[in-house]
Design a protein around this ligand. Structure first.
Ligand code: URA
Length: 437
C-alpha cells in the first residue's frame, strides 16, 4: 500500500477501506513508517474537502483509538465519566467540573489539550498555577485517580499518538473543520481513558469550530453514534459560543472563574448553567442520578457543602501547585496593567463576538500566535457587561489585563470590532441549545 494512492483515492471522493485507514493511522503514529508530514497533510486536506461516511469515520476512530496505550481503570469502583468540549472562549468549565464531579462520587480521568487558534486550552489554564504538572505517566494517573478521583493531564507519547500528530498538522494546515476528523480526534483520546460514559459539549456560534447550527448538529450526531460503536455511552449537549462563556477570558483569569463558582458564587450565570447542565448529565450517565436535573441539583449541594472547592484544592496540590491558590486568588499570576474598555455609545449590548474576543486575547498573549509563543498567564479580559446589558456611553464594558501597552491598545481596538451597542434590547442568547442522545 502507498500513501500516494490513498491520498489520490480520497481526492477523487472515493471511500477508504479499513486497511487504508489503518495504514494512515500507523503512518501518523509511528515515525519509522517513513511517511512524511506533507503527505499526511495532503490526505487531511482531501478528507476535509471530500468527507467520510459513517463507516469510514468509525474505522478511522477505532484505528486512532487503538494507536496507543489505554488506561486500565477496572479497579476503580467509582463510575468513570468525562466531559469534552469542542473548544471556545472563556470555556474554562473543565477546571471546575472535574473536581466537582470527583467530589460527587465519580472518577474523572481528564486528558486535556492546549489552546488552539482563538480558543483557550485547559492545560494552559492549569499551568497558570505555578508548579501545576500535567505531564504524567499512566501509573501516576491511575494512582491519583484511585486517591482523589480526578486527574487532569496532557496527551503523552503513548496515549492516542496518532491524534497528537494529526492534530498538530491540522492546526497548521487549515484542516480542523472536518466532522470525521474532529470525531476521530476527540473519541480516540476519550477511548484511551477507559471511560464508562462521556458528555460532549459541542459549541455553536462565532467562537466555535462550527459556526452554523446544522454543522454542529451533524458533528453531535456523528460523535454520539461513533461513541456508541466504540461501546461508550454518551450524549452531546449543544451550547452557545456566540459570546464568551462567563466573565473571564484568559488563563489565570479562568482559574478565578472556576474558584468563584466552586465557592458558590453563581454571578456568571451562563457559566454556572453550562457547568450544572454538563455535570447533571455526567451524574445521570454515571448512574448517580435518575435524570440530569436531579444530577444538577445534587451538584449544587456538593458546591454548597464546600466539598467541591476542597477537592479542587486537593487536585491542584496533587499536581504540584500551591493549594492555597484556592482560597487566596492573589497567589495567581497577575498582569502588570489593567485598563477599562468604555462603551462607545449608550444602548444595549447586542453582540459581543466570541471569536473576536478570543483573537484579542491572543494579541494580549493569553493564547499562542504560533507554536513557540510564550504565554502571558495573567493576560486577558474581565467582561463586566455581556449581551443584553444596558450601558451608558463611557461605562466600563470590559477590563483588559496585559503587560505590554502597545499590545493592549491593539487588543482593545480589536475587541471593539466585535462589540455592538444598539437602541433595542436584544433577545437573550440561550446557553443550552439542544441535547443529542
Ligand atoms: N478538540 C479535539 O480534541 N479535536 C478536534 O479535532 C477538535 C476539538
Amino acid at each position: 500500500m502507498r500513501m500516494l494512492d490513498i491520498i489520490a483515492k480520497k481526492r477523487q471522493g472515493l471511500k477508504h477501506t479499513d486497511q487504508e485507514l489503518a495504514f494512515v493511522v500507523k503512518a501518523a503514529s509511528d515515525p519509522k513508517a517513513g511517511v512524511p508530514d506533507y503527505q499526511l497533510t495532503a490526505w487531511l486536506m482531501a478528507v476535509c474537502c471530500r468527507g467520510m461516511d459513517e463507516a469510514e469515520t468509525a474505522a478511522l476512530t477505532r484505528a486512532m483509538a487503538l494507536s496507543g496505550r489505554r488506561l486500565d481503570l477496572k479497579r476503580l469502583r467509582a463510575p468513570k465519566v468525562d466531559k469534552h468540549s469542542t473548544g471556545g472562549v472563556g470555556d474554562g468549565i473543565s477546571l471546575a467540573l472535574a473536581p466537582l464531579m470527583a467530589a460527587a462520587g465519580l472518577a474523572v480521568p481528564m486528558m486535556s489539550g492546549r489552546g488552539l487558534g482563538h480558543t483557550g486550552g485547559t492545560l494552559d489554564k492549569l499551568e497558570s498555577m505555578k508548579g501545576f504538572r500535567v505531564r504524567m505517566g499512566i501509573d501516576e494517573i491511575t494512582s491519583q485517580l484511585a486517591r482523589i478521583g480526578v486527574c487532569m493531564f496532557g496527551q503523552t507519547q503513548d496515549l492516542a499518538p496518532a491524534d497528537r500528530t494529526l492534530y498538530s498538522l491540522r492546526d497548521a494546515s487549515s484542516t480542523v473543520e472536518s466532522v470525521p476528523l474532529v470525531v476521530a480526534s476527540i473519541l480516540s483520546k476519550k477511548f484511551a481513558e477507559d471511560l464508562d460514559a462521556l458528555v460532549l459539549d459541542v459549541k455553536i456560534g462565532s467562537g466555535a469550530i462550527f459556526k452554523n447550527p446544522a454543522e454542529a448538529q451533524a458533528l453531535s450526531r456523528a460523535l454520539v453514534k461513533t461513541a456508541r460503536k466504540l461501546g461508550l455511552r454518551s450524549v452531546a449537549v449543544l451550547t452557545s459560543m456566540d459570546q464568551p462563556l462567563g466573565r473571564y477570558v484568559g488563563n489565570a483569569l479562568e482559574v478565578v472563574q472556576a474558584v468563584e463558582v466552586l465557592r458558590g458564587d453563581f454571578t456568571s450565570a451562563d457559566y454556572a448553567e453550562c457547568l450544572l447542565t454538563l455535570g447533571g448529565w455526567m451524574m445521570h450517565l454515571g448512574g448517580k442520578a435518575k435524570d440530569p436535573e436531579e444530577g444538577a441539583a445534587r451538584l449544587k449541594e456538593v458546591i454548597r457543602s464546600g466539598a467541591a472547592l476542597e477537592r479542587f484544592q486537593k487536585m491542584i496540590e496533587a499536581h504540584g501547585a500551591d493549594p492555597r491558590a484556592a482560597s487566596d486568588l492573589d497567589l495567581l499570576p497577575k498582569a502588570a496593567m489593567t485598563r477599562e474598555i468604555p462603551a462607545p455609545r449608550s444602548g444595549y449590548i447586542s453582540w459581543l463576538d466570541a471569536r473576536k474576543v478570543g483573537e484579542a486575547a491572543v494579541i494580549l498573549g493569553a493564547g499562542r500566535a504560533n507554536k513557540d509563543s510564550v504565554l502571558d498567564y495573567g493576560a486577558g479580559f474581565i467582561l463586566d457587561r455581556k449581551v443584553g446589558s444596558k450601558v451608558k456611553k463611557g461605562d466600563c464594558v470590559a477590563r483588559v489585563h496585559g503587560s505590554d501597552a502597545a499590545r493592549m491598545d491593539e487588543a482593545t481596538a480589536y475587541f471593539l470590532t466585535g462589540l455592538r451597542v444598539e437602541g433595542q434590547k436584544p433577545k437573550p442568547i440561550p446557553v443550552i441549545r439542544q441535547v443529542v442522545k
